[in-house]
Design a protein around this ligand. Structure first.
Ligand SMILES: NC(=O)c1ccc[n+]([C@@H]2O[C@H](COP(=O)([O-])OP(=O)(O)OC[C@H]3O[C@@H](n4cnc5c(N)ncnc54)[C@H](OP(=O)(O)O)[C@@H]3O)[C@@H](O)[C@H]2O)c1
Length: 297
């Protein structure tokens, strides 16, 4: 029997890319794909191709009952909700897990983060850990994709750092193996389409882990612009980020990434992207070269 694969958050960058890889490299028939989103009109092109597009909002559990009907394997894409003052994001994900259980889904997949346990310095790690726990408690066989940081995240810090020649950080000698978001999507699509029955936890990263100093040196090589890395205490970094007009809670989240990096909890490099997708992941140098103009702003 051919399984029906469902992807939530299908109008987001990652969700959309997963569906494109299901239709492309994984050769899944459009009739076997359900795309759910808060904005079905934004996926009209998928509907025209024969993908079933349904409305689903994790804030509205009633919407999930219809949305998940008939799905065999469901990928829950974590939401972009980052309100530190509530547990709204965890509740959103718990609602999605409950709906999958009620719909009789046979396999559940989720986009988590590396090392999300309660000791994580990342301020939203608890959302991912809590969701992983909810998935395990549901009894549904699962695939958890612990996604490392996207190369695209570097657009947040690098343009300003390159322009000023100074990159303020508290990441110390900690490493990150940034991965292209599209490479992660390719790996997730492969995992979803694999038909695997066992429960698995994968950590998806780029091919090589770099310190901030090493990233800065690569940036200089690629752009020709000198970039000095300046290590500052967490508190000073928080104040600096706030002074740039970033709201306090977001500034605290950004600095918690540096604390996490410094602690070594995001320093791993795995070959899981290539193992799952069969394609060579984009290197950091390739990302910088492809985006040189945008990074130079
Ligand atoms: N690993 C990393 O470096 C990194 C970086 C940024 C974010 N993330 C996480 O990975 C996720 C996917 O990344 P992305 O780049 O695709 O982010 P994005 O383009 O900002 O997409 C946000 C996603 O959240 C979904 N969403 C928001 N509110 C929702 C709700 N109430 N119910 C159901 N879905 C909801 C959106 O779905 P619709 O709009 O289609 O409803 C969309 O899929 C993010 O949401 C975030 O949790 C990871």
């Amino acid at each position: 029997m051919t399984e029906t694969l469902l992807v939530t958050g299908a109008s987001g960058h990652l969700g959309r890319a997963v569906i494109d890889h299901l239709l492309g490299a994984q050769k899944v028939a459009p009739a076997n794909i359900v795309a759910t989103t808060r904005n079905p009109e934004s996926l009209a092109d998928l509907a025209v191709r024969g993908v079933t597009v349904r409305a689903a909002d994790f804030d509205n559990p009633a919407s999930l009952e219809n949305a998940f009907k008939g799905a065999d394997r469901v990928l829950i894409v974590s939401t972009g909700e980052l309100d530190l003052k509530s547990d709204r994001r965890l509740r959103q994900h718990q609602a999605a897990v409950a709906a999958a259980k009620a719909a009789g889904v046979s396999h559940l997949a989720y986009t988590s983060m590396p090392n999300p346990e309660p000791v994580s310095p990342v301020l939203f790690a608890g959302d991912h850990y809590g969701t992983e726990q909810a998935i395990k408690a549901s009894g549904i066989p699962y695939t958890i994709f612990r996604n490392g940081w996207y190369q695209e995240n570097l657009f947040l810090a690098l343009p300003h750092a390159i322009a000023s020649g100074k990159w303020y950080t508290s990441s110390g000698d900690g490493r990150i193996a940034h991965a292209a978001r599209d490479d992660m999507a390719a790996a997730i699509a492969a995992g979803l389409a694999s038909g695997s029955k066992e429960s698995q936890v994968y950590t998806l990263t780029g091919p090589q882990a770099y310190t901030t100093n090493e990233i800065a040196a690569l940036v200089t090589e690629v752009t020709g612009k000198p970039l000095e890395v300046i290590q500052v205490p967490d508190e000073a970094l928080t104040e600096g980020v706030k002074a740039a007009g970033i709201p306090e809670d977001v500034a605290r989240i950004i600095v918690s990434f540096d604390v996490n990096t410094r602690s070594g909890r995001i320093g791993m490099a795995t070959d899981t992207v290539e193992t799952l997708s069969g394609r060579k992941p984009q290197t950091l140098r390739e990302f910088l070269e492809a985006n040189k103009a945008a990074l130079l702003g």
